[in-house]
Ligand binder design. Structure first.
Ligand code: PHE
Ligand code: NA
Length: 446
């Protein structure tokens, strides 16, 4: 009896951990603004297709490497490469993943800090009776104040690294998933309310009726990057979770469940946000401020608006917190693998992410015109290149390793769906996911 309970507990713990990593700013903040900048429905269509064709199979590849290796990413990769008689250099893929999450966390922490600021503002009732224009102007003024951005960035990073150092991420994941249905419900409520407004019909058309001239190569590249980003795939960050997957759990089922949940959270947020955009005559291409400006407007029209808005930002913060922990963990594990103590490793990661994050925080004021590469400032760089290039590249290598390098029997047993299920997965990843990712990456680089 206790054994069954224990197994049930860990099966569930695995789903909780992966959901915690997946659902975050990517769904509620990043999806709407990137879709807004990339033609709406054309982007959504391609992004969903990529989640199905690349995201889910590569997520399975990433987790099964961890499940077969039963160790941290670098060690698992080198052990499995040795077993297959392949190059020991495969382990550097783990390091590349750590570099990718380093870049991502540096801006993720700054934007999560915006949620802290907005939580406090909504608890204080600052949005009560404010007009759309006032809320927009307030957000601009906030971004122009680097001290405030840095304060919130520091606070968020401190919250994240404390959990990482204390090793209590599991407790937080449980809390997150207990409250996730509430976040979902709030978004449903908002989307339902949006259905009664003038913005709803144009929002649906914008999100679901693709115009094919909008479908440019750059839209395809951004859609692929976002598919990897939102599922937390391609940085070896999910790899570690495979190590504590129970024997009898089906990996494909878990991956599909997480992907469906992740897409549906993004869709609800998108419907709510674009309804406000069109009702207020705002511009869908408004950029990273889109969610922060629209949702306070949407909530302010509901009874008890500032209460719901506060609850919303609290839940959003919880969701981004568990994602940030997943971003930090592989870096700490990598340093530990080099022989450093956990506390020292955590401190080094915290300090360096904090420092690089300052460049993102200043990108909205002092450093807005500091454009080191491709005419983009630091925030624009770290919020686009790692998701659009590094994650797909990492995912591609992960897929090649699992589908072509790893010993076949190890893959069959780690997938946990028998021989025929293995063949389906292998055919998809070999002949669809790998070539598709390669082609889109190449097209993007050219
Ligand atoms: N999936 C997270 C989100 O949508 C971000 C993330 C990316 C987390 C990569 C871990 C690794 O917010
Ligand atoms: Na996500």
């Amino acid at each position: 009896m206790s054994e069954t309970l224990e197994r049930w507990g860990s099966k569930r713990a695995f789903i909780l951990a992966v959901t915690g990593a997946a659902v975050g700013l990517g769904n509620i903040w990043r999806f709407p603004y990137v879709a807004g900048e990339n033609g709406g429905a054309a982007f959504l269509l391609i992004y969903v297709a990529f989640v199905l064709l690349l995201g889910i199979p590569v997520m399975m590849a990433e987790i099964l490497i961890g499940r077969a290796g039963r160790r941290g990413p670098m060690q698992a990769l080198s052990a499995l490469a040795a077993e297959a008689g392949a190059s020991p250099h495969w382990r550097w893929l783990g390091l590349f993943g750590a570099f990718t999450v380093f870049c991502i966390l540096s801006f993720y922490s700054v934007v999560s800090g915006w949620s802290i600021e907005f939580l406090v503002a909504s608890v204080n009732g600052n949005f009560n009776g404010a007009s759309a224009a006032e809320i927009g102007a307030g957000f601009e003024a906030f971004l122009a104040n680097p001290g405030l951005l840095i304060f919130n960035h520091s606070l968020f990073l401190f919250m994240t690294m404390t959990v990482v150092a204390a090793g209590v991420a599991k407790g937080l994941e449980r809390l997150n998933n207990l409250l996730m249905p509430l976040l979902y419900l709030l978004l449903l409520l908002l989307a339902g309310y949006a259905a009664t407004t003038d913005g709803f019909a144009p929002a649906l058309a914008w999100l679901f009726l693709p115009s094919f001239e909008a479908l440019t190569p750059s839209v395809v590249v951004h859609a692929m990057g976002h598919a990897f980003f939102t599922l937390a795939v391609g940085a070896c960050a999910l790899m570690a979770y495979g190590a504590y997957m129970p024997e009898e759990q089906s990996l494909p089922k878990a991956a599909v469940a997480v992907a469906v949940l992740d897409i549906s959270v993004a869709l609800l947020a998108g419907i709510a946000i674009f309804s406000v955009v069109f009702a207020q005559g705002m511009d869908p291409t408004d950029g990273p401020g889109l969610m922060f400006v629209t949702l306070p407007i949407a909530f302010s029209e509901l009874p008890w608006g500032s209460v719901w808005l506060s609850v919303f930002f609290l839940l959003l913060l919880l969701a981004t917190w568990t994602s940030a922990i997943n971003l930090a963990e592989p870096m700490v594990a990598t340093l530990q693998g080099l022989g450093l103590r956990r506390s020292i490793s955590t401190a080094i990661v915290a300090l360096s992410v904090w420092l690089i994050g300052l460049l993102s925080a200043f990108s909205f004021s002092t450093l807005s015109e500091f454009r080191p590469l491709f005419g983009r400032n630091v925030f624009e760089l770290v919020s686009s290149i790692p998701p659009d290039v590094f994650l797909p590249l990492g995912g591609l290598l992960i897929a090649v390793f699992a589908a072509w390098v790893m010993p076949r029997e190890r893959v069959v047993s780690a997938l946990g769906v028998g021989e025929s299920g293995y063949r389906v997965w292998r055919n998809i990843i070999r002949w669809v996911s790998i070539p598709l990712t390669f082609i889109v990456l190449l097209a993007g680089l050219l």
